[in-house]
Structure formats: C-alpha cells, structure tokens
Design a protein around this ligand. Structure first.
Ligand code: CP
Ligand code: NVA
Length: 322
C-alpha cells in the first residue's frame, strides 16, 4: 500500500446534516464536496474503508438507473452496504407514516437516500430521523445531479465562475437545481421554456439572490436561441418528468420548438458542451446528432455522480476521517 493509501485524511464537515435541497448548501460546502470528489476520483482505493460498517437505506418511489447504481456502488466502494427499498407501490407514507419509517430506519442504518414525488416526503423523513437524509430527486429538485453536473463542467473548463449555462425545456426539478447551485458557484444560468412552463418563482428568486452575491446572472426567456446565445453549456432534460407521463403527448407538441439541435448549438459559444441528466429521448428534447456528438459530455456527467455522491456520503455519514 502506498503512503497515500495509509494516510488518515481529516475530513471537514458540511454546514448541514442532510441534503434536502440545493438551497441548503453554501458555496464553501460545494467546494468541499468538489475537492473531496476530485481526490476520490483520482484515488478511489484510498477511500475503500471510509464508511466501513455503515449501512444506507435507499427509498425509491420512482424508477432510477444512475442514482440507484451510483449510490449502491458508491457505498460498496467506501466499505459500506446499501439496501434498496422499492416504494413504487405502496408509496412512502401509505403503509405506515413517514415518521414511523424514519424512526425505524434510524435504529438500523446510518443514512437514508430518498427519491419521492412530494418534496415534503424527504423533509418529513429528515425531521423525524436523527441520521442524514439525502434527496435523490423529488418533484422540486435534484441536488445530487446538479452537484455532479457542475463538478463535470468545472473539469471541462478548469473553472466555474464566469461560465454561462443555458437550460432549454421544462422549468422542472432539474432546472431549479441547476439555477440555484449554478448561482452559488458564480455560473450564469439562462432558462428558456414555453409559456406557462417557467421554473417556480421561489427558486428563481433564491437563485437571483445567490447570483447577486457571486456576480452571476439568472435570466428567463421564451426563445431558446436567445437563451443559448454565447453559452458555454447547453443543457436539456425530458419534456415529461416522472409522474407526468399522462401529459407526454400534449407536452411533445408544446415543447417541439425547444428541441436542442445542431442549429441551436450553433448559437452557443463555439467551445460549448451539451449536457443532459439522462434518461434522454433522442428525437424529442435533443437530436441524436447532438447527444452523440464529440461535444456531448452526458456520460461524464453520469460517471461523476458516483464520485460526488461518495464525497457527499463521507461528509454526511463519515466519522470525520477517511
Ligand atoms: N439522472 C438521473 O438521476 O438518472 P436516474 O433517474 O436513472 O437515477
Ligand atoms: N426531470 C426528470 C429528471 C430525471 C433524472 C424527472 O423528474 O423525471
């Protein structure tokens, strides 16, 4: 074993004990996560025992590939163990109260990851459990994805402050998280949505307040070309999120002018990258030509979910050293 692998690294703590929303983290929390994620990415074996003996419960009301696999593989890679709890049916709180679920789980495990429809379900878990709760996507936000995405953008450009990201499509959970976390990191975020599909005003206001402190700008548009102009990254997401499948047909018509095409990418900066949280629907929110192009970084985003979530779990569930 190398000296590095024998070294006991003192790990600082985040300013919060749960990750429920992008609104919870400060810029220095984000930098701490990025720094640790970078170390983990370059030397994963050094952290093979960071969460030895720890148990994680993963509650999912909605489907998942990336989030489920990265948390489970991440936990195993840190020496711990993850348990998947399928809550597609019954949903959380239906068989027994969320309070009782929290008060049982805290007796057996060291952390909870939860993907729910209602955002209040993750906050209720956190209010009732003495162990850390991590939001793995709710109808309101997807903080783990946004953290991984900005980590990826930082890797590509060697900096974050001063960059501009254009989010094209639905003013949804991903849009909320990218605006708020971007603003905290000094990244300007342009959002283009159809009329009536704008992000929620409380997230816009919050992002604008953060942006004022970091010198970034948050702007809403209804014209995708205007939003994409000069952007360093063009980001899109599905037009019908999980739970909105019933409206997919009508949404496909409303969102058609918001498809990310090579023509739209031409409005961005010449060195711009394309981003998507995935799952993607080629031919709907993005053309195959764009998502499968050399400037698409979607699989790097997916990979980095693993490294940033390992960092997050160590910071929230660890004993202060690795
Ligand atoms: N991006 C993301 O969260 O993917 P999954 O829905 O597959 O977890
Ligand atoms: N907005 C999408 C994100 C999937 C990762 C959804 O909620 O389905």
């Amino acid at each position: 074993m190398s000296t590095v692998m024998n070294a006991v690294e003192k790990i600082e703590r985040l300013g919060v004990s749960d990750l429920l929303s992008d609104r919870d983290l400060t810029r220095s929390d984000l930098n701490l996560i990025f720094q640790l994620a970078q170390n983990i990415k370059s030397s994963p074996r050094s952290y093979a025992r960071a969460l030895e003996g720890k148990q994680l419960a993963m509650i999912f009301e909605k489907p998942s590939l990336r989030t489920r696999v990265t948390f489970e593989v991440g936990m195993t890679g840190l020496g711990g163990h993850a348990i998947y709890l399928d809550h597609a049916k019954p949903r959380l709180g239906e068989r027994e109260s969320i309070r009782d679920v929290a008060r049982n789980l805290e007796r057996w495990v060291d952390g909870i990851v939860a993907r729910t429809f209602a955002h209040s379900a993750v906050t209720e878990l956190a209010e009732n459990a003495s162990i850390p709760v991590i939001n793995a996507l709710t109808d309101l936000c997807h903080p783990c994805q946004a953290i991984g995405d900005y980590f990826t953008l930082g890797e590509k450009f060697g900096k974050l402050k001063g960059l501009k990201l254009a989010f094209i499509g639905d003013g949804n959970n991903m849009c909320h998280s990218l605006m708020v976390t971007g603003a905290k990191l000094g990244v300007s975020v342009n959002v283009a949505t159809p009329n009536g599909f704008e992000p929620k005003p409380e997230f816009v206001e919050d992002a604008k307040a953060c942006a004022r402190r970091t010198g970034a700008k948050i702007q809403l548009f209804h014209d995708p070309v205007e939003a994409a102009r000069g952007a360093n990254a063009v980001y899109t997401d599905v037009w019908a999120s999980m739970g909105q499948e019933y409206a997919a047909h009508i949404r496909a018509q409303v969102f058609a002018p918001f498809q990310v095409t090579s023509e739209l990418m031409a409005a961005a900066d010449p060195g711009a990258v394309f981003m998507h949280c995935l799952p993607a629907h080629r031919g709907q929110e993005v053309t195959g030509e764009v998502i499968d192009s050399p400037y698409s970084i979607v699989y790097d985003q997916a990979e980095n979910r693993l490294h940033v979530q390992k960092a997050l779990m160590i910071l929230l569930m660890g004993n202060g050293h690795a």
